[in-house]
Write a protein that binds this ligand. Structure first.
Ligand SMILES: [Zn+2]
Length: 135
């Protein structure tokens, strides 16, 4: 579906469009001004994105984030990206949501849990570290 937005087949409120990515308003915003930044080429998840596109994509995410305070009077922003789970459209997209203190956004961060103990937390850390591929 986002490929259709890139192709201009499906209309969107486009914030920017260049050789790397397109930024457009989420049709169902968390807050008005909620932008989705998606690579022009079709990749489903962040893991699928070629390494040499990570910097260019996130530079644009950074620029969108930086634009929110002056553009919208927001105090800051939330930047997030879902992979597969809770990913409503299978084309990589980064959410940039304008934030203002007291805006009531808490749902993104719940429910929170606890580790059973330090050993369990250390085990999770070890498993992630083992799977991590650093540049
Ligand atoms: Zn696509």
């Amino acid at each position: 579906m986002f490929c259709d937005i890139v192709a201009g087949i499906v209309p969107a409120h486009v914030v920017f469009s260049d050789d790397v990515a397109i930024g457009f308003l989420d049709a169902r915003p968390v807050f008005k001004g909620h932008v989705l930044v998606a690579p022009k080429e079709h990749y489903v998840t962040l893991a699928d994105l070629p390494g040499d596109l990570v910097g260019p994509l996130f530079t644009r995410v950074q620029r969108v984030s930086a634009a929110m305070p002056p553009a919208l009077g927001a105090q800051g922003s939330f930047v997030g990206e879902n992979n597969t789970v809770s990913q409503s459209v299978p084309h990589l997209h980064v959410h940039v949501v304008p934030r203002t203190k007291g805006d009531g956004l808490r749902g993104f961060f719940w429910p929170r849990g606890w580790y059973a103990d330090d050993a369990e937390a250390a085990d999770y850390a070890r498993r992630i570290a083992k799977a991590l591929v650093l540049p």
